[in-house]
Ligand binder design. Structure first.
Ligand code: ADP
Ligand code: MG
Length: 239
């Protein structure tokens, strides 16, 4: 299968400007390419800019400078409407705290990304139901998030991320609030999604979680400190 680059960042920089004239250079020139079908873990110390990088990759935030091609499109050249469209079609998001609407049903949460796409309520429900089945939550459509365990809530979030058939899943510390057994279950699920061809980009600070990925990008001092095989990196750490 020919390789297709789905993410390409070049010399990405991000500076946060604070009130009072203070500023912080968080990303100081980050460059890498990710091919379709990769499973990449992004690691780095707390505060190293992992979430900043993920928010940029997710087009939730714009970089201070540098270029970002998402699925071949330079995102800085897109209008807000075009960007929203590309995002919606290409990306699925999973967060540490699940980000579910606590007062809405599980089915409503899963079908949320389908809103404003001209899809009927019945269709939305049917698609949510099918997706819930895929993540092992058949029958939970009409519950609310609080009635589910943390691991199940994260699976709801994964179902929501998958509902638009994204090419790429961006997951920022998706197992950060889960015990180790539940973490393993969630990571095994990500692995099976990756085997189906979905590109996965995952932020974690846990080596055990990163080991599910194939490639590791380590961020330190605002730049890429390591980019290569996860296994080789971990083996090197243990010498
Ligand atoms: P990580 O996810 O690796 O822990 P972050 O990307 O969240 O790191 O944060 C990197 C640095 O940028 C931290 O020092 C953080 O305080 C700062 N930071 C993050 N977001 C903002 C923001 N919106 N405004 C100002 N500073 C921020
Ligand atoms: Mg973070």
């Amino acid at each position: 299968m020919p390789q297709k680059t789905v993410v390409e960042v070049n010399n990405l920089k991000k500076t946060y400007y604070m009130p009072g004239g203070m500023s912080q250079n968080v990303l100081k020139g980050v460059s890498f390419q990710i091919e379709e079908g990769e499973f990449v873990a992004i690691m780095g110390h707390s505060g190293s800019g992992k979430s900043t990088l993920m928010n940029t990759l997710g087009c939730l935030d714009r970089p201070t400078s540098g270029t970002y091609l998402l699925d071949g499109k330079e995102i800085s050249k897109l209008s807000d409407e075009e960007l929203a469209l590309v995002r919606g079609r290409t990306l699925g998001f999973v967060f540490q705290n699940f980000n579910l609407l606590m007062k809405r049903t599980i089915a409503d949460n899963v079908s949320l990304p389908l809103l404003y796409q001209g899809i009927s309520k019945t269709q939305m429900y049917t698609r949510a139901k099918a997706m819930l089945e895929k993540v092992g939550l058949a029958g939970y459509e009409n519950r609310i998030p609080n009635q589910l365990s943390g691991g199940m809530q994260q699976r709801v979030a994964i179902a929501r991320a998958l509902i638009n058939n994204p090419k790429i899943i961006l997951a920022d510390e998706p197992t950060g609030n889960l015990d180790s057994q539940t973490s393993d279950e969630i990571m095994t699920f990500f692995q099976s999604l990756n085997k189906q061809g979905i590109t996965i980009i995952l932020v974690t600070h846990e080596p055990d979680v990163a080991m599910y990925a194939k490639r590791l990008i380590r961020i330190a001092d605002g730049v890429v400190e390591y980019d290569g095989s996860v296994k080789e990196y971990m083996e090197r750490q243990h010498v």
